[in-house]
Design a protein. Structure first.
Length: 151
């Protein structure tokens, strides 16, 4: 009696090949969709709160630069001079200016808009420095609320 090798022409391979059926793939896709629907909103909620915290941190950094400017110049830059005077000296005060008071360019808030600055202002700091929040308009609630030292 001789044994046939697996590659012999007289032997055929089984017709069943392992894999996933369409139903199994659909079940996996439905489960993944449900998980994304449950987890996604929670993750996106954290994105909004992290943008608020980032903007608050940037305002504190700008406040520190403004306070250093005031120590050198004797007053905060006025509204017309704006935050740009932290990067380059105002035309009328080059003798006292010891800047630049920030290492990098002026930051934008977390929603990529410019910070609002007013001086003098009727605040405890003597200036108003704030962001309009996510909606880009004055007022609002939640992530749309104004952030910073408001006038």
């Amino acid at each position: 009696m001789t044994k046939k090798s697996k590659s012999s022409p007289g032997r055929s391979l089984p017709s069943f090949v392992g894999g996933f059926s369409l139903i199994e793939l659909m079940v996996v896709l439905v489960i993944m969709g449900l998980l994304a629907g449950l987890v996604g909103p929670r993750l996106f909620g954290k994105v909004d709160s992290s943008k608020v915290k980032t903007t608050q941190t940037q305002i504190k950094m700008l406040k520190g630069a403004l306070q250093t400017y005031r120590l050198d110049m004797g007053s905060y830059p006025n509204t017309a001079q704006g935050l740009a005077s932290l990067q380059s000296p105002p035309a009328d005060a080059q003798d006292y200016w010891q800047g630049p008071y920030m290492d990098d360019d002026l930051p934008m808030d977390a929603w990529n808009t410019s910070f609002q600055y007013q001086s003098p202002a009727n605040t405890n700091q003597g200036f108003a420095l704030f962001s309009f929040g996510a909606d880009g308009k004055a007022g609002g609630e939640g992530v749309d609320a104004d952030i910073g030292y408001l006038p």
